[in-house]
Design a binder for this molecule. Structure first.
Ligand code: F6R
Length: 364
């Protein structure tokens, strides 16, 4: 049941410290304090390319994984939505492998993409919340997200646990390929270990995010901006907001603003900026100043260093804990989920069962 919560979605958001911790533990060797994956059907050191395919929110988890696997593990990654990939007759590298991501394990397009890859002789690893599913049965190996049953149609804890599994995969791949030294691997593993506690801290910002959501809910259009691994989180924030509050929202790579979307900016458009202080922060910050110069009302998600730099120029500021940039996308997921949830409540929509949507999309 929903326990003390009004909606499954809020219950599932609140479960994240626990289920992220459970998922991490399943892939962490406690003695060596390092990531340990089960025996894989492929040699991570030797594959030439990984093709990641999924739908919706799961696709956006794959988008973060592409950034991690390319930058940390030096593995080339192709990424696509399953409904495009499956019909494209894409050639696949004989030394490549496929990764599919799905909460339900039953999504028709994702399954079809898996079958296409297998028909070309690719090994398939899947990241699934329901291992005893059709995709689970047809995969060479399942990496299990331990999110537990997800009832709310909007994916929340499945997404954050997918990110955790994919972060573990990125570290294991980096080690196998000699792309990371032991000290850096230990630092990134330690940063992952801290995530459950940091997520719990962020959940304490709920009342503040609710206040911000009341302002966001008055808008007809909302933009989300980010760079690097914050870009897929901007896309996820926009997807969550539109699917449960029915407010039109778009996520954009911050650097793309000046190539068109900046024309939309005025005082009626809230712009939610996902901006942990990482190596791209200064670039995002100058995009934010361009937005403010055009009257855009900024909701700034950053850490103490970022907040200090901005001063009080934004409509709203949410100060998140300062963490290694590697784990920032996992943490910055939480405020965009809470913004969408409270905006939907303000709009009076059916949060757990938004119109026109099904939890598991088993039709093409
Ligand atoms: C959005 C959402 C959907 C699913 C998508 C894939 O909140 O839940 O976009 O992520 O339908 O579903 P799975 O992960 O079951 O393949």
């Amino acid at each position: 049941g929903k326990g003390n919560y009004r909606h499954f979605m809020m219950k599932e958001i609140a479960e994240q410290p626990t289920v992220i911790g459970d998922t991490l533990q399943a892939f962490m060797n406690p003695l060596e304090r390092r990531i340990q994956l089960p025996n894989l059907p492929i040699d991570l050191a030797k594959i030439s390319r990984l093709t990641i395919v999924a739908c919706g929110t799961a696709h956006l988890a794959g988008f973060v994984a592409k950034y991690w696997l390319e930058s940390i593990a030096r593995l080339p990654v192709d990424l696509d939505v399953a409904s495009e990939f499956r019909y494209r007759q894409a050639p696949m590298d004989p030394n490549g492998a496929m990764l599919v991501i799905s909460q339900s394990g039953e999504t028709a397009d994702t399954l079809a993409a898996l079958r296409y890859a297998k028909s070309l002789g690719q090994k398939v690893i899947s990241v699934l919340n329901v291992p005893e599913s059709t995709i689970g049965r047809e995969s060479d190996l399942v990496l299990h997200t331990l999110a537990g049953p997800e009832i709310g149609v909007a994916s929340t804890k499945a997404f954050s646990t997918q990110l955790v599994v994919l972060a573990c995969l990125a570290l294991a791949t980096a080690r196998a390929r000699g792309a990371i030294d032991a000290a850096r691997e230990a630092a990134l593993s330690a940063a992952l270990t801290e995530v459950p506690a940091r997520v719990a801290e962020i959940l304490n910002h709920d009342a503040h995010l609710k206040e911000i959501a009341l302002k966001v809910a008055e808008a007809r259009d909302v933009l989300f901006l980010g760079r690097g691994t914050s870009y897929p989180i901007a896309l996820e924030g926009a997807l969550k907001l539109k699917e449960i509050s029915y407010i039109h929202a778009e996520g954009y790579a911050a650097g793309e603003m000046k190539h068109g979307p900046i024309a939309l900016i005025d005082e009626n458009v809230p712009v939610i900026v996902v901006a942990p202080t990482d190596e791209l922060f200064d670039k995002t910050f100058s995009n934010l100043q361009e937005v403010m110069a055009r009257g855009g009302r900024v909701v700034f998600l950053s850490d103490a260093d970022g907040v200090r730099k901005l001063g009080n120029q934004a409509m709203a500021v949410v100060e998140l804990p300062k963490v290694d940039p590697f784990v920032a996308p996992i943490l910055y997921t939480i405020p965009v989920q809470l913004l969408a949830y409270h905006a939907a409540i303000a709009k009076g929509t059916d949060v757990d069962q938004p119109r026109n949507l099904a939890k598991s999309v088993t039709v093409e």
